[in-house]
Design a binder for this molecule. Structure first.
Ligand SMILES: [Zn+2]
Length: 369
């Protein structure tokens, strides 16, 4: 069976024909299969503006369109697009059935990549099929927006908001997942990690769908927190453990710096010098000298040590599996004297203990990502 016959079977074209298929080998690069496509004789091109047939105006130089790899060899269609002299739209590039717009990926290949990207990470998908991260991202985006246009988006109870960086951390994407039960379904992709990137998702939903959302898992990015508070004020905003603890460490560091400055101002012994890491690290991660330094610090009545102790006490929070107990625990911490000193802690607490529902339900869903 020839490659042409296989293609006619899996990707039949009505007004076009597959011509020569050949393996191209350029030294230093992997071999590719290249398949030429020509329009059928007497077939008139379709205008991409209005979808009506019209006379050919001219032909552009040949372009390559990437198709699903065969035996792990990249496959490219090569075709010189015609331009249509359309009565309604003027001179327009023709519409072709294997691809839309200016995309260099064929529609079949985009669906192929998007399906694999549900099982593998985007990076792994790109590596497995010898394509770029960007192509996988575009394929997933295409699939998500195809779904959004056709799918009923009601009955969503829990969503997770995530950000990913690409191009070496210079650009960001905002992703919104549905995370009801064991389900994890990508609902939204937007460029950037601004309020606008996330607000777009909520504005897309019907009012009923928006009001049905009970849990939102997110990190502590200010832009996200603002939009969540504005769009779904009644939902519980579940925060990721990593970000909560990171915020606590920032608070401990702040307390240490202020205290060190006070000691210096009052002409007291500079006991807090070189104490940053011994205060921030978890006990099991301390090096010998850091542990010794900490042993020395606890002999003094220091706010920094108390701040650290509070963080260690708070670790217990993550062991609860019943929401009621977790809320009780938070209540008990609220009675700890001087808790108000730890600004970040107050911030965290407000987000956790803010609703009548079981906050841990959402948290379990969130960690399933
Ligand atoms: Zn037209």
């Amino acid at each position: 069976m020839q490659v042409k016959s296989i293609l006619n079977r899996i990707e039949p074209l009505k007004s076009f024909v597959y011509q020569r298929a050949e393996i191209l080998e350029v030294e230093g690069t992997p071999a590719v299969i290249q398949v030429e496509i020509f329009p059928r004789a007497n077939g008139r091109p379709i205008c991409s503006g209005c979808g009506k047939k019209g006379p050919t105006y001219d032909r552009l130089s040949p372009r390559r369109f990437e198709f699903v790899p065969l035996w792990n060899i990249a496959v490219f269609f090569v075709y010189a697009m015609r331009r249509v002299d359309c009565r309604r739209c003027g001179v327009k590039v023709e519409q072709v059935p294997w691809c839309d717009g200016k995309n260099h990926l064929t529609t079949s290949y985009r669906w192929f990549l998007a399906r694999w990207a549900k099982r593998l990470s985007w990076k792994e998908t790109a590596e497995a099929f010898g394509t770029t991260w960007d192509s996988v991202f575009r394929s997933v985006k295409h699939a998500v927006f195809w779904g959004l246009a056709r799918r009923e988006l009601e009955n969503i109870e829990a969503i997770g908001v995530d950000e990913i960086s690409w191009t070496n951390g210079n650009s960001y994407l905002t992703l919104v997942y549905q995370i009801d039960g064991n389900m994890k379904r990508l609902l939204w992709i937007a460029q950037g990690r601004t309020e606008k990137s996330l607000r777009g998702f909520f504005e897309f939903l019907s009012e009923k769908a928006r009001k049905g959302i009970r849990f939102v898992a997110s990190d502590m990015c200010k832009a996200y927190l603002n939009v969540i508070a504005e769009q779904v004020p009644k939902a519980i905003n579940v925060l990721d453990r990593f970000h909560v603890m990171k915020n606590m460490n920032t608070a401990i560091d702040e307390v240490r710096r202020t205290e060190a400055a006070e000691l210096k101002r009052d002409g007291k012994e500079q006991i807090l010098k070189h104490s940053r890491w011994c205060l921030l690290k978890r006990p099991e991660n301390l090096t010998g000298p850091q542990a010794a330094k900490l042993d020395e610090l606890v002999k003094y009545n220091l706010k920094s040590v108390k701040a650290r102790l509070l963080r260690e006490v708070f670790q217990q929070f993550w062991t609860y599996t019943k929401g009621g107990w977790a809320v009780k625990f938070l209540d008990s911490l609220r009675w700890t004297p001087k808790v108000g000193q730890f600004l970040a802690f107050n911030k965290v607490e407000r987000h956790w203990a803010c609703g009548p529902r079981d906050p841990l339900q959402g948290s379990r869903a969130a960690t399933g990502r």
